[in-house]
Write a protein that binds this ligand. Structure first.
Ligand SMILES: C[C@H](NC(=O)[C@@H](N)CCCCN)C(=O)O
Length: 423
């Protein structure tokens, strides 16, 4: 990492100010990521986009990161967290502008591509930024809190059809213009964070210390790390392709909800995560147990999908289960990663996980869109969504198996309390 963290963490008022600015920047970033789902139906009706095209608008976010996120991690190490946050927030803003104002699908896709290039490196930079200012006891809480405010951004995107009825009534474009304004707020918060960080470093006379990236070390992680990576890929692929791309449409077409009601139902998952993510993080820190909670969180996802696809229990129970899973897994995954790999290789470990994760998310969006198109999924043919649900169900079961193997491999209390020991 780039900073002598203990010195930066010294001023706790500054640390919390940095945490608040990073959280605000994340809010905007997550809002833009989730701004496609609510306009998916409008894009189909008004611009004639197919499900594959809608899926591509989110898949293309992840596609470049299959390679670029490793470079992103190196960039964070070399440029520093604050500078990288500012740079990538700027790229995201340009991407959001392009998405909202492009006259055709290609332009919109180019906007989402650019946004994706910026956003993933932005996420690593913000994690690194929080880690620098909260080295020691409260890092999990601080990470949980910034993630929670990010989830509030996702929640707001899902609620936007209810909050901005006039914008949605005017078509697909005004909601995306709103997303662009929110991306500009994220950029402003990133600029303030960068300025605060620069001033702080000036006062303490700290220069960033870049760490050398060693290609040879890339694959040298213990077995538990690879199970964690498998779970990360499978769980995020399902939850993001379902929740951020297809679930609103799925609720509309298979449960007869209108757009606002479907968005609202989807938003409860994010709302739960706002409160539950830091709470679960705090709980796991107190109990010093991580892997069992991770296995439990990953089990709830296939159960919820099964309830949705195979029963008539309605949407409430599956939404509650997905909400718990969506809060529990990220709250535990990143602190557990920091316990399974040495601190000096944490950035590489996350970069590698996100390379595979982005490939998975991208693939899941494309496969789900293709399955829906092939089966002619629509309001008139809700059974056309069966293939997508089966695909998501199987992938989430495989994710749970990874969670279970992780628990068996490195889930013993003695593994989890020893910080930064290779598995
Ligand atoms: C912190 C974590 N983020 C990721 O895993 C990103 N690589 C992908 C998230 C895309 C949606 N913002 C998370 O959000 O839990």
């Amino acid at each position: 990492m780039t900073a002598p963290a203990s010195r930066l963490a010294g001023g706790s008022a500054i640390a919390w100010l940095v945490c608040a600015l990073i959280a605000l920047a994340q809010y905007g970033n997550f809002y833009v990521y989730d701004s496609i789902g609510p306009v998916a139906d409008l894009l189909q009706q008004q611009r004639g986009f197919s499900d594959s095209q809608v899926g591509l608008l989110n898949a293309i976010y992840s596609l470049p990161n299959v390679v670029l996120i490793l470079l992103g991690g190196v960039l964070v190490d070399r440029l520093g967290a604050a500078r990288t946050t500012l740079l990538t927030a700027g790229i995201c803003l340009v991407g959001a502008l392009l998405t909202a104002f492009s006259p055709n699908f290609t332009g919109m896709a180019a906007g989402r591509l650019l946004y994706g290039i910026g956003a993933e490196t932005f996420s690593i930079a913000t994690l690194a930024g929080v880690a620098q200012y909260f080295a020691g006891g409260t890092v999990a809480l601080a990470m949980g809190l910034t993630l929670a405010i990010g989830r509030l951004g996702s929640y707001s995107a899902d609620m936007s059809p209810t909050w901005f009825t006039t914008a949605y009534a005017s078509g697909w474009q005004p909601p995306l213009v709103i997303a662009t304004v929110i991306a500009a707020t994220s950029f402003a918060a990133s600029a303030l964070y960068w300025w605060t960080d620069r001033r702080q470093r000036g006062l303490l006379n700290i220069a960033p210390v870049a760490e050398r990236f060693v290609w040879r070390d890339l694959l040298h992680f213990g077995r538990a790390y690879w199970y964690l990576l498998g779970l990360c890929v499978l769980w995020y692929s399902v939850i993001l392709a379902f929740r951020s791309t297809f679930s609103i449409k799925y609720f509309q077409h298979t449960h007869g909800l209108d757009l606002a009601a479907a968005g609202e139902m989807n938003s409860y998952v994010f709302l739960a995560a706002v409160f539950a993510t830091p709470a679960f993080g705090w709980l796991c820190d107190r109990l010093q147990r991580y892997a069992p909670f991770l296995a439990l969180g990953s089990l709830l996802l296939p159960i919820a999908l099964g309830l949705l696809a195979l029963t008539h229990t309605g949407l409430i129970l599956p939404t509650v289960l997905i909400g718990i899973s969506y809060s529990l897994v990220p709250a535990v995954m990143w602190p557990l990663a920091s316990r399974l790999v040495p601190p000096a290789r944490f950035g590489t470990a996350i970069g590698l996980m996100w390379v595979a994760q982005n490939a998975g998310i991208s693939g899941a969006n494309l496969v789900a869109g293709w399955l829906n198109d092939r089966a002619g999924a629509s309001a008139a043919n809700p059974a056309g969504y069966d293939g997508m649900m089966l695909f998501f169900g199987m992938a989430s079961v495989a994710g749970f198996v990874c969670g279970l193997l992780l628990w068996l491999t490195a889930g013993r209390r003695r593994h989890e309390v020893v910080q930064a020991t290779p598995a």
